[in-house]
Design a protein. Structure first.
Length: 135
């Protein structure tokens, strides 16, 4: 494991509204969806001997998106559902910032945590497929 971090996702939440283009069968039709997703990751540095001000990094993502998709299902002994979608949106990310300095007394680089968070807005693209078993 070559990563400098340990940890994983802490929080995930999503909210969306979906409009189907078919009035008679919403489970077998194209749709348009508008939504938001939020996730937060708290990662810890593996090596803490050169970290000052906290050994964890918190990354928060908020996504606003629009997607187009098609949802269908099969019938028979084993019912399955299939969903194909593609979309785009914006991601607003905040993260803990660190600055580095060289400590001549100890001959190593020290990383100090800032009191402010970094901010970044980026475009996003979603392409996906979901498979499920019906009942």
């Amino acid at each position: 494991e070559n990563s400098d971090f340990m940890g994983g996702s802490d929080i995930f939440a999503a909210l969306s509204i979906r409009f189907h283009f078919s009035d008679d069968d919403a489970f077998n039709s194209p749709y348009i969806e508008f939504g938001t997703r939020y996730n937060e990751n708290s990662l810890k540095f593996k090596r803490t001997e050169t970290i000052v001000g906290g050994s964890s990094v918190t990354i928060r993502n908020t996504n606003l998106y629009m997607s187009l998709g098609y949802q269908t299902y099969t019938e028979g002994i084993i019912k399955t559902t299939h969903e194909f979608y593609a979309g785009f949106g914006l991601r607003y990310m905040t993260f803990d910032k660190y600055k580095s300095r060289y400590d001549q007394n100890e001959s190593k680089i020290i990383y100090e945590k800032f009191n402010e968070r970094g901010r970044l807005i980026t475009p996003t693209i979603m392409i996906g497929y979901a498979f499920g078993f019906g009942f």
